[in-house]
Design a binder for this molecule. Structure first.
Ligand code: ZN
Length: 316
């Protein structure tokens, strides 16, 4: 087997179009839980099939039960909040778009992580075993040549995983029926000038679903101690310490025009259709509420701007 073939296997293992979604022979989408097999056909080409074309696999490499997605899609009427600073709010109005941050620009170093560093060896060897099996089927390499080939493939694979973080963009929302005091504090650096926009999952997905390869789902909060994640799954998990964020994220892969310094990308939407209402921080002074209302209207957005319900006064 030539080096080019090995790179090809890596590419295909990595590519969700080939490996994660549909049969490479007949293009039929895999069903949930369906047994999916990666292997070589009679001509030595790498294929990935479901039940539909299983007979075409002459030398199987790897098989598993297909999981359509690792994340849960919210219900249509689930309420979503996006907490913003005032400058970010103005930028959103000005660009009429939602900002998607590039994964490597997030503060959380676990964004896109495959596991804990002490478990990296386990992750490596599980992928190395797949490569070993794939190479072994069609070559007469010696043990040491095989080891060298597999190490090179693993390096290539891990490089792709790292690059994937630079080509993945995320827009975050907080799922909650009501406002969250914690989120006000977390996401508004100056609480007296914080804002939140409110929408529903249905509206958000309607605004974005014309973009190919877009995914919207709930983040799962896990203990990484004993978890290893695959290249595509990693973006749907965070550490348990972030559980209060109840995050729903919009994720876009493979955006072409890459620039090293770029923090993220703006995706145009109709803010008029997307936003239900605009909330201003519970501790904001009245003049700030008026400014937000004025700016919102100036940008042609006729939405109710209201002060947070958390500022409501009790009696005793
Ligand atoms: Zn098929």
């Amino acid at each position: 087997m030539q080096n080019n073939d090995q790179m090809d296997i890596l590419q295909q293992l990595f590519s969700k179009a080939q490996y994660y979604q549909k049969c490479s022979i007949c293009n039929k989408e895999f069903g949930e839980g369906e047994s999916v097999c990666l292997g070589f056909d009679v001509n030595g080409a790498l294929i990935c099939t479901g039940k539909c074309c299983k007979q075409n696999v002459k030398q199987p490499i790897y098989s598993s039960n297909y999981i359509k997605r690792v994340y849960t899609i919210p219900d249509d009427e689930d309420v979503l909040w996006r907490y913003l600073t005032f400058p970010k709010f103005v930028s959103m109005l000005k660009t009429q778009s939602l900002f998607f941050s590039r994964v490597d620009k997030f503060n959380d170093p676990f964004e896109g992580a495959k596991g804990l560093i002490e478990n990296e060896g386990k992750w490596d060897s599980s992928y190395k075993n797949i490569f070993k099996f794939a190479i072994g089927l069609s070559s007469q390499l010696t043990e040491s040549q095989m080891e060298a080939h597999c190490n090179a493939m693993l390096d290539g694979f891990k490089m792709m995983c790292k690059v994937e973080r630079l080509h993945t963009f995320i827009n975050c929302w907080h799922k909650n029926d009501c406002e969250s005091e914690a989120m006000w504090k977390l996401y508004c650096s100056d609480l007296t000038q914080g804002l939140a926009i409110k929408t529903t999952y249905k509206k958000l997905s309607k605004e974005l679903n014309h973009i190919s390869d877009i995914k919207i789902g709930e983040v799962q909060y896990i203990d990484y101690t004993n978890r290893l994640l695959g290249p595509q799954d990693a973006f749907w998990f965070k550490r348990k310490t972030f559980e209060h964020e109840k995050e729903v994220r919009v994720l876009i892969h493979n955006v072409q025009d890459f620039e090293e310094e770029k923090e993220g990308i703006d995706i145009p939407v109709s803010l008029d259709r997307l936003i239900d209402s605009v909330y201003v921080s519970p501790v904001a002074p009245q003049w700030f509420v008026d400014v937000v209302d004025d700016i919102t209207k100036r940008y042609g957005l006729d939405k109710r701007v209201r002060q947070s319900d958390l500022g409501a006064k009790p009696f005793y």
